[in-house]
Design a protein around this ligand. Sequence first.
Ligand code: PXG
Length: 445
Amino acid sequence: MTDNTVRQLKTDLPDLESYWMPFTGNRYFKENPRMIARAEGMYCYTTDGKKLLDGVAGLWCCNAGHCNPKIVEAIKAQAEKLDYSMAFQLGHPTVFELANRLTDLAPDGLDYAFFVNSGSEAVDTALKMALAYHRTRGDAARTRFIGREKGYHGVGFGGISVGGLSPNRKMFGTMLPGVDHLPHTHNIEKNAFSKGLPQWGGHLADELENIIALHDASTVAAVIVEPIAGSAGVLLPPKGYLQRLREICDKHGILLIFDEVICGFGRTGDTFGAARFDVTPDLMTLAKGLTSGTVPMGGVLASKHIYDTFMTGPDGAIEFFHGYTYSGHPLAAAAACAALDVYVDDGLFERAASMEGKFSDALHSLKGEPNVIDVRSIGLIGAVELESIDGQPTARAMSIFRECYDNGVIVRTTGDTLAFSPPLIINDAEIEMMIETVRTALRAQ
Ligand code: PXG
């Protein structure tokens, strides 16, 4: 962007000072604003007239593409009919319909849906369900959680406690007590440029036995992992790893929670990561693709044995003291039902599966470009990891992000990894355009 364009852009915009932006360098952004005015399908359009191919589906969420007309129409129709209804003690039909459809789509056994407004709330809700489940069964000593290094589970106190990304934790005190972490599974020496799931690392699941032995199984409530760690840079589960976690949890009466906020809704080329990897958790957290990013909504799917455990006590008594003003909000529920319609009617999960090979080949074609040290992908999620500039972690990926933006493509950076999770409607030519733009940026460093 030239100085003139920046000046011009700034004069057309509102004063930028008052908005404290999330996970953003506020001062840099306000000096160099990048503003999106509208979006459609695979593309976002900036206030200064740029057209950008969205390689990240917003923030891993607009799986049906931007402003899908069926979803937009459903939101409009719902807003005209019922804007809000009391979420506790009253219901509205759309949210019940959504729960039915979602549990039909989910792996067998996940038969109940609880709704929230974000992935972070979904994680806190799942953790609270796990604690209350054990307590209701008379197992009140089971209060510990086991997360994983490099895990991202949102930014609530529960989520950062079980999460494993140090910058998200270190400023915020002691968090939840009694949390331990599995080792992460990232190992470039062993797995660089693997196609499909990494061969090395399945044995890391056995560390769970050691952690459980340390604390004693009778104190552990739940293990929580992302089937694919998204924010840490798209870390795929090594072969057999998730199956092993499932076996160990079963052996010790510990609940297994899959955080599918990114992995859900076709991202892996199947409905959910659980289906793709053929491992069913006891609780599953959702958000993002649930409404294709259109209206904030998250959810927790729970197995029947968990739900049934809560359904005791006098008739009319509240069984779970938890919920949000906007749990199951009518606009979000309508958006989610319409998103499910689009996913099914347009065959988007199958489409993601059918594009997997092309997407993977395109990403792997970047092997050998300057500073590329690893490529990983599955379904329509992938990453290109770069060698960091000495003493300046994140700087290289950030410079690629800026170069790609200037050349019409939005990519996401995490550390020195470029992450890709395009809308599931992406076509061959768009994959090629995205990758060639990244290639040019890598060569221009
Ligand atoms: N769990 C997982 C696995 C996530 O990826 C959350 C929980 C929290 O969701 P909310 O809706 O509270 O943000 C997430 C969110 C990125 C990035 O680019 C990832 C997320 C959000 C924003 C950016 O790494 N994941």
